[in-house]
Design a protein around this ligand. Structure first.
Ligand SMILES: *Cc1c(COP(=O)(O)O)cnc(C)c1O
Length: 384
């Protein structure tokens, strides 16, 4: 086994301390400005950030809220679906995607994902439609858009709203066959995103937002996020208290300015991994859908011999290389969702992915030297 010298700096899955140190002065300035304005809820930075993010995403309405899970909840609330209406969601995702539906008394209907892109399978969505389907939630998993062409066609043809959970793919774009290019999150009726610190556009705490192209939808979402009121103490709807703090908005304005460079750095890291790992027997590198750009929230490989995935993870851990398994358990195997009545084997692709995926460190400051170290040990694992 090749023994490589330890990298000169420790390897992290994500190095927010170092990323923030580079923009410390701007972040300090955001704190000072927020203290000076002393408008900690709905202060000026909130509207400014929403306008700047909307412009960044091709001119969509942005409605800030408290977190990405609330964004999903608010999106579904705005559709005003009857109790028990079905919401189609991928079987391989973060649990928040179906949690929102379940909490609202709607029925999550799981469908399997595509084995190459890990994203929701449009054919499975079509097969799951019933007269009770109220919405489809597509997740742009790991940073790459789901098949928005097929999903938009299904949504339009059947009159079922498409919600895009864009928590992991902010800034990714999708090219339609007619040449139209759109940002992920702006194609369906409603897009949602999260500013959880580890996301590509992360706050220094919780945060989220909704995206909508229709001004009436945007107004409704804004109202629902603020106790259902259009005017102070006049409540047309039962809403949520779900707001983005002014301080987080001020931080996010800073982070948004650096997002394009951070995304380009992630893409460069991914390209180096691709080049180093593509020919390695034993694993598959992440598939790229040629119609979507990929902002690489995660760089997720598949280990062909699933029995060795956990061994690889432990081996890398001993070498000082942290990795993560997103996600170790498909949602239909979660105890909380046993009531949905799904059986093992019902979503074979999602189940297979849970046993084979492994996400390698990827962040804007990962150095080529650290990547050489990582791929060296991945390679040496499969030599044995
Ligand atoms: C992070 C995430 C969420 C939830 O966002 P929070 O801000 O943590 O509530 C929802 N969906 C996906 C796919 C996510 O990755």
């Amino acid at each position: 086994m090749s023994i490589l010298p330890a990298p000169s700096t420790p390897i992290y899955l994500l190095d927010l301390r170092a990323e923030h140190a580079l923009i410390q002065a701007e972040l300090d300035e955001a704190v000072q400005q927020t203290l000076a304005d002393a408008a900690f809820i709905q202060g000026p930075a909130v509207g400014l950030f929403a306008a700047e993010l909307g412009a960044h995403l091709g001119g969509t309405h942005v409605i800030p809220c408290a977190n990405g899970t609330d964004a999903l909840t608010l999106a579904l609330m705005s559709l005003d679906l009857p109790a028990g209406a079905e919401v189609i969601v991928p079987a391989f995702t973060y649990v928040a995607t179906l949690e929102a539906a379940a909490l609202l008394g709607l029925r999550p209907v799981l469908v399997d994902v595509c084995p190459d892109t890990f994203n929701i399978d449009p054919a499975a969505v079509e097969a799951a439609l019933t007269p009770h389907t109220g919405a489809i939630i597509a997740v742009h998993l790991f940073g790459q858009c789901a098949d928005l062409e097929a999903l938009r066609r299904i949504s339009t043809r059947h009159g079922v709203a498409l919600i895009e959970d864009n928590a992991q793919a902010i800034g990714a774009t999708f090219r339609f066959s007619d040449g139209e290019v759109a940002f992920g999150g702006t194609v369906g009726e409603i897009g949602t995103t999260s500013f959880f610190p580890s996301k590509n556009l992360g706050a220094l705490g919780d945060g989220g937002a909704l995206l909508a192209h229709d001004p009436a939808r945007a107004a409704l979402l804004r109202q629902l996020a603020n106790h259902g009121q259009s005017q102070k103490y006049h409540h047309q709807f039962i809403g949520l208290n779900s707001r983005l703090d002014t301080l987080q908005a001020a931080f996010l304005r800073v982070k948004l300015r650096h997002l394009p460079a951070a995304t380009a750095a992630r893409q460069a890291v991914a390209a180096r991994y691709d080049a180093a790992l593509a020919a390695l027997p034993g694993i598959a590198i992440p598939a790229r859908d040629p119609r979507s750009t990929h902002v690489f929230h995660q760089y997720t490989i598949m280990v062909n011999d699933t029995g060795r995935r956990d061994d690889l993870q432990h081996f890398l851990h001993r070498c000082g290389v942290p990795t993560m398994i997103y996600y170790p358990l498909p949602v239909h195997a979660q105890a909380a969702y046993a009531y949905l009545g799904y059986q093992p084997g019902q979503f074979p692709v999602a189940e297979q992915l849970c046993t084979s995926v492994l996400s390698l460190p990827i962040h804007p400051l990962l150095t080529p030297e650290q990547q050489d170290y990582i791929v060296g040990f991945v390679g040496s694992f499969f030599e044995n």
